[in-house]
Design a protein around this ligand. Structure first.
Ligand code: PBG
Ligand code: ZN
Length: 340
């Protein structure tokens, strides 16, 4: 042995030498179990009931509220770049559309059902998810039907939410995704889908582990769904509730969920990892929510990091934790970035 190569002696520990495995960009990519691809991404869209709307949401940089008349031209370039899936949220602006029973949620002339029909016809290859919740349509902004004391009436809520899910599926949504967090809604939706003879062509994606907290603010601006009183802490999970999240995931799998979702993503990577362990045999999705997206934009704007670098780092962490589907407002950017 030459004297030049003695930093590690022959008798030293060879396992200490790791750099050989990741000095090259390709070798670095091999260190991850999976790489971000376009087909992993679901892009959230906010659909209003004014056909010509195209309104920037100030707290959600670069994202719009879109009228039906704008959706196709908005999606065209994205589909061209490889967009595979969207998730739709309804934003009813018209006065009188909100009431105690969220009657407008499954209005056949409402924005979500019209958008499902239109997008399905115009982009038959695009996989359409419909978020299912009542908060955009209730006068009080909560995710279900309330009792007199202001708490959720679970039975009435589940009955209503499962009807809405079936209406979206019948309109042509490939996937219905209840985000309300009422107990037992997955089972109720699955049974109604079976009853209607459409369970074989409708994916049921459960927002199983959806945590309460400060990260949904920009979304509530975009969807107009902030509760008019109180908060969502009695139905969305407490941030420290890892065991509760595991129980919710296990329950939703038993009730017939086809995909399990964890939300938010970046602060809940341990929960994503739990979901992957509990749900070894089904896909795990993670929702990088509006507050996470806005924080990354704010950090980049303040010069803390580069937007693209941080967007990729956050996605890599989500994939590493175990998700293979990411719902993200960065989807249009990723479609560009993944080409280069
Ligand atoms: C409505 C719903 C919310 C989100 C998805 N569906 C908001 C909430 O629960 O208040 C949050 C998504 C985001 O913040 O990007 N049930
Ligand atoms: Zn809701």
């Amino acid at each position: 042995a030459s004297t030049a190569a003695t930093s590690v002696s022959i008798s030293g520990d060879i396992s200490s030498q790791l750099h050989g495995g990741y000095f090259h960009p390709l070798a670095r990519s091999w260190q991850a179990e999976r790489q971000l691809t376009k087909s992993m991404l679901i892009y959230p869209l906010f659909i209003t009931d004014n056909d010509d709307d195209m309104i920037l949401v100030p707290s959600l940089p670069g994202q719009h509220q879109l009228g039906i008349g704008r959706v196709i031209s908005f999606l065209e370039p994205l589909v061209h770049k490889g967009l595979r899936s969207v998730i739709l949220f309804g934003v009813p602006f018209k006065p009188g559309t909100k009431d105690a029973l969220a009657s407008a949620a499954d209005d056949p002339e409402g924005p979500v059902i019209r958008a499902i029909r239109l997008i399905r016809r115009r982009f038959p290859q695009l996989y359409i998810c419909a978020d299912v919740c009542l908060c955009e349509y209730t006068s009080h902004g909560h995710c279900g039907i309330l009792r007199d004391d202001g708490s959720l009436n679970n039975e009435l809520s589940v009955d209503r939410i499962s009807d809405v899910a079936v209406a979206y599926a019948k309109a042509g949504a490939h996937c219905v995704a209840p985000s309300d967090m009422n107990d037992g809604r997955i089972r109720a939706i699955k049974l109604k889908l079976i009853d209607e003879g459409i369970s074989h062509k409708t994916t049921l994606m459960s927002y199983s582990a959806k945590f309460s907290g400060c990260l949904y603010g920009p979304f509530r601006d975009a969807a107009g769904s902030a509760p008019s009183f109180g908060d969502r802490k009695c139905y969305q999970l407490p941030p420290g509730g890892r065991g509760l999240a595991r129980r919710a995931i296990t329950r939703d799998m038993a009730e017939g969920a086809d995909i399990i979702m964890v939300k938010p993503a970046g602060q809940y990577l341990d929960i994503i990892s739990d979901a992957k362990e509990l749900g070894k045999d089904l896909p795990v999705a993670a929702y990088q929510v509006s507050g996470e997206y806005a924080m990354i934009h704010a950090g980049a704007k303040a010069g803390v990091f580069g937007l693209k670098e941080m967007a990729f780092e956050s996605a890599e962490a989500i994939l590493r934790a175990g998700a293979t589907i990411i719902v993200s407002y960065f989807t249009p950017e990723f479609l560009d970035w993944l080409d280069n």
